[in-house]
Design a protein around this ligand. Structure first.
Ligand code: DAH
Length: 347
């Protein structure tokens, strides 16, 4: 009986190894372990054996059954993966690199916002955000922009109340802020100097052409203390321009007018594209205007309840879109808002 088992084992193993696919292997399995399989027959016949023999042969037969079963499983795994390889061969080249997934990036405006805020943060400024829906008072009146100032004209501002339907000359109360300078008096009203604040955010004006968009982004900055000089303003803005556009930039302060500062200055930098030769299409005569600034007007301090004799300060405001366009040489402001992936991918 034992010899029969040994023979069966040798034969079965050979047949398992010889099976060329899963179908053949299944036939082999049925032939050995199926209802009428060779080994099943042996197990069935155990009952006729004398007790002692039955035990040893039974044990051997069971061991063989387990062994063959695991050999069948191994062989099946092997055949399966071989057949998968065969079916993929020729149709799929597994060595090819995969398709890259589209990857997002930080929008150029946000990147410039971050860079500007980081610079001023390093200078001890804190970031404060003001409301985009604003009253006449904080957007104009408190900033020394009286009722007759041209910037208050409904041509320039988006009023939320319609002036005409408000009846007569009654001024509309609410508008979308036209600049981030609205944050100045809001902060000063609540707090006492010393203050160092930058206020980034969206602003709105009735403008729409290749260099103007009805919504754009600004950063306002102001510093108030007991004694602040124009020299302090010049130093910080010169450092700022060089940080953003390179150490080689020259900075020029040109006298200007803003109702909320006195004296006021516009800040120009030497053109980074033609290196101040004035030969390029971007700049005018080698200089480019990048921001407005000045010493805070005493009337602004008064609006906030400060005594202008007891404090002084400077303020500045810049268009983030403009700085982004200069930094990345973007000629049309609309590209910044259209979200065309072909454009954004280049940034
Ligand atoms: N608010 C001005 C604007 O919208 C920018 C500005 C100019 C802000 C001079 C200032 C400043 O604080 O001093 O165009």
């Amino acid at each position: 009986m034992q010899e029969r088992l040994t023979l069966l084992e040798r034969e079965a193993l050979a047949r398992i190894d010889a099976a060329r696919d899963e179908k053949e292997l299944d036939l082999v399995r049925v032939g050995i372990l199926g209802k009428k399989g060779q080994l099943t027959e042996v197990l069935k016949g155990l009952g006729h054996l004398p007790d002692e023999q039955r035990r040893t042969v039974g044990q051997l037969a069971n061991e063989l059954k387990n062994k063959l079963q695991s050999r069948l499983d191994e062989r099946r795994e092997l055949l399966r993966s071989e057949s998968l390889d065969r079916s993929l061969a020729g149709t799929v080249d597994l060595t090819l690199p995969g398709h890259p997934l589209p990857q997002g990036s930080i929008h150029p405006i946000n990147r410039v916002f971050e860079e500007i805020c980081e610079f001023f943060h390093g200078m001890g400024f804190e970031v404060v955000e003001g409301p985009e829906l604003e009253t006449d008072h904080y957007n104009f009146e408190a900033l020394n922009m009286p009722d007759y100032h041209p910037a208050r004209d409904s041509q320039d501002s988006f009023y939320v109340d319609d002036r005409s339907s408000a009846g007569g000359d009654r001024p509309a109360e609410w508008l979308l802020r036209t600049h981030t300078s609205n944050v100045q008096v809001r902060v000063m009203e609540k707090r006492q100097p010393p203050l160092r604040v930058i206020a980034p955010g969206r602003v709105y004006r009735r403008d729409n052409d290749p260099t103007h968009s009805p919504m754009f982004q600004q950063i306002e900055g102001f510093l108030v203390d007991r004694v602040v000089t124009f020299g302090n303003l010049k130093w910080i803005l010169t450092e700022f321009v060089r940080h953003m556009f390179g150490e080689a930039r020259r900075v020029r302060f040109r006298p200007s007018f803003f109702p909320f500062t006195e004296p006021s200055a516009e800040v120009d930098m030497s053109c980074p594209f033609c290196d101040q030769k004035g030969e390029c299409r971007v700049c005018r005569g080698g200089w480019m205007e990048i921001l407005g600034s000045g010493m805070i007007h005493p009337n602004v301090f008064k609006s906030a309840g400060y005594d202008p004799e007891q404090c002084s300060g400077f303020a500045f405001g810049m268009g983030v879109d403009r700085i982004t366009m200069l930094k990345y040489r973007i000629s049309n402001i609309r590209w910044l808002f259209e979200n065309d992936a072909r454009f954004l991918r280049q940034c």
